[in-house]
Design a protein around this ligand. Sequence first.
Ligand SMILES: C[S@@+](CC[C@H](N)C(=O)[O-])C[C@H]1O[C@@H](n2cnc3c(N)ncnc32)[C@H](O)[C@@H]1O
Length: 292
Amino acid sequence: MTPEDIEHLAALLKARSGLILGADKTYLIESRLAPIARKEGFANVAGLLTALRTRRDEKVILAVVDAMTTNETFFFRDKTPFDQFKSDVLPAFAKSRISGDIKVWCAACSTGQEPYSLAMMMDEARAQFPRINLDILATDISDRCLEKAQAGLYTQFEVQRGLPITMMVKNFEKVDEMWRISPKMRQGVRFRKYNLLDDLRGLGRMDVIYCRNVLIYFDIATKKRVLEQMATMLADDGYLFLGAAETVLGITDAFKPLQGTRGLYVKNMSASASLRPSATSSLPPLRAAGAA
Ligand SMILES: C[S@@+](CC[C@H](N)C(=O)[O-])C[C@H]1O[C@@H](n2cnc3c(N)ncnc32)[C@H](O)[C@@H]1O
């Protein structure tokens, strides 16, 4: 792998997915791209990287961008964001909304455990909040992840990670060596491919956004741009959940932490006024038009 190859790969990943490839990522590049190199008929990863630089094969580019994403996730990850949904978000909407449809967006859903956790949590809370219905949209840049999410098929290891045994028994059935989530939970989540670098406002108004464990891979300018677009999409009384290692502090004042919570944010109304859709509509999306 030459320094030029790595530099080109880093620029490609930043432009296509926002991923910042840190220094000394040779091992990561090797391990993630070796299967793609083999599949596409290259002798090794170095050959694949040179081809990326010298010819523009869109199929290979997409496969490389997908393979370089980190898809770590599990059911009820970190627990708190799901507990807070039940203890803070649902009671607030139960009071403020007459019609019971709450639009929830999982903005980097990986293989589906996060949106399915929300669907299962809502199912458990149904008796307490009978008029609330969650309309869950789950998006990701990775076709590979979305395919798995849509199939709703998980290994024994995956269903044992974070999922309470009672929920597993209630919501999954064994299919050979795998566990499939029930049709009822699958019907409760819509999956769609979406790149966070694109113009997000086309997705419409959201009441709750889970944007967890993806901003950590972006630089500050990209984080800011994504968060500020999310602020224009979020209802004024909406909520934003970030990952445990993520914050808005020092990036944008479009959101402020909800007092007494961690990782849960609401709109900072004084700062949000300058971010109204009309004020941001002239800004281009982060990704060049026509890029996949
Ligand atoms: C570490 S996973 C987080 C999954 C889940 N939110 C959680 O916290 O468990 C990060 C996900 O972000 C996705 N991702 C990375 N860059 C993206 C982008 N530009 N647009 C949309 N999704 C992206 C990856 O494909 C990956 O599935």
